[in-house]
Write a protein that binds this ligand. Structure first.
Ligand code: SAH
Ligand code: DHB
Ligand code: MG
Length: 221
């Protein structure tokens, strides 16, 4: 059993539970045409994010790492019409593609794509007096996950849900000797989560069309 069967099951689940979605298909097509890397969440993972944000009854969402806006659109679908979503993206090209994809999905008015290094944008959000977010999705550079966690806590309140992608990394997260900066970033992130009394958290391992990876899921108590 391996990647082949994981992908087959992902395709089966997508076919039975979330079949063809013209907006998301066009989002991936235009992302690919623009040369963006194919590192978006899978469709079933996107729906999982939407479900978690819906269960939280989120009215405000922060995403760090927009790419072409694929995960952004799933998250925006969980919001009420007067909800808001701020998504942070370092690449001007990615941000431009994302804005077009998000507009086609009908979310131009509730989604704000903020271009620039997230570590420069996050202090600005705080300085602007941004209300605490109900839901935060971390999916940008993994070496900065520890810093993103600290900012997430500053921009949160009791009940805020924090989800972080790519924390299992084909099992490499369990390797304490790893010198991979992504693995080290994720391990430090999890250590900070563990040391933070305000957070209750776990890691959910996943397999599927994106291989073997996982999400950290935390709630601010
Ligand atoms: N969430 C997206 C995938 C994000 S891929 C989806 O599932 O559809 C990671 C993104 O983070 C890339 O677009 C990359 O340009 C961006 N990124 C990397 N470092 C960043 C930084 N320091 N600040 C903001 N964005 C960053
Ligand atoms: C990759 C996957 C991701 O989900 C991500 O956020 C960054 C990189 C990858 O497969 O390389
Ligand atoms: Mg990811």
């Amino acid at each position: 059993m391996g990647e082949h069967v994981w992908t087959a099951v992902d395709e089966y689940v997508e076919g039975v539970l979330h079949p063809s979605d013209a907006i998301l298909t066009a989002t991936l097509e235009d992302s690919e045409t623009a040369g963006l890397p194919r590192i978006n969440v899978s469709a079933s993972q996107g729906v999982m994010l939407q479900l978690l944000a819906t269960m939280r009854q989120a009215r405000s969402i922060l995403e760090i790492g927009t790419l072409g806006g694929y995960s952004t659109i799933y998250l925006a679908r969980a919001l009420p019409p007067d909800g808001r979503l701020i998504t942070l993206e370092a690449s001007a090209t990615h941000a431009q593609v994302a804005r077009a994809n998000i507009a086609r999905a009908g979310f131009a008015d509730i989604v704000d794509v903020r271009e620039g290094d997230a570590l420069a944008t996050l202090p600005r959000l705080q300085a602007e007096g941004t209300e605490p977010f109900d839901f935060i999705f971390l999916d940008a550079n993994k070496d900065a996950y520890p810093a993103y966690l600290k900012w997430s806590l500053k921009l949160s309140a009791p009940g805020t849900v924090v989800v972080a992608d790519n924390v299992v990394r084909r099992g490499a997260v369990a390797d304490a000797a790893s010198e991979d900066p992504n693995v080290r970033g994720v391990r430090r992130f999890l250590e900070l989560v563990a040391a933070e009394p305000r957070l209750t958290a776990t890691v959910v391992q996943t397999v599927g069309s994106k291989g073997y990876d996982g999400f950290a899921i935390a709630v601010v108590t």
